[in-house]
Design a protein around this ligand. Sequence first.
Ligand code: URA
Ligand code: SF4
Length: 230
Amino acid sequence: MSRSGNAHKDHDSGPAAYDATPYLPERGGLPTYRQAAADCRGCPLFEKATRTVFGQGTSSARIVLVGEQPGDQEDRRGEPFVGPAGRLLDKALAEAGIDRDTTYVTNAVKHFKFTLAEGGKRRIHKAPDLRELSACRPWLQAELDLIRPDVVVALGATAGKALLGRSFRVTRDRGTLIPLPDEDRRDEEAERWVVATLHPSAVLRSDDREAAYAGLVADLEVAARALKGR
Ligand code: URA
Ligand code: SF4
């Protein structure tokens, strides 16, 4: 992942690397980072979106949930997972015995990427590409470094790739405790985990919604048990 900070390379010399690094503060807590992220121009997604949607929740959270990117409603309201996918997530969390108020919820990419449909009236979600994902990674890293949670839940393939690398496959890797990669680990003694699961939007789109939802809850229960084991 590029941390080279050459986001401002001359555009004539080829595509500049997308990178949020130049926008990160050198120190501070979550509020400082949130404030700085509001002005991030590390990739082109800030141009069309309304605002940066930074993570939300308590800095003492033992569990961090990572989605893909804000959706239409999140972009309007400036908060992660407050639309239909968020409502489903809230329900699944409660069923798995996790109180959302004790978590920190964020996204791998912090601006809404979309295409316009119906003559510009509707904004349709478009998946972020690897360049945008890698550009935005430093914000997620800062959140994880500041919070140092015991468990990180990757909601879907994009979050899984951001946390575990490109070879991540949600169908293969979901529902088990995967050690958080070394670069994320400062305290060598601590066992910190990633649990991957389906994205709540994938549950909403699923042909067998009930089974998909049950799978989401079961995976969240794996995360909940990893917490209780402490
Ligand atoms: N989907 C996501 O991945 N994140 C949100 O915040 C909302 C929908
Ligand atoms: Fe910065 Fe991430 Fe927004 Fe791109 S998506 S402008 S890297 S905050």
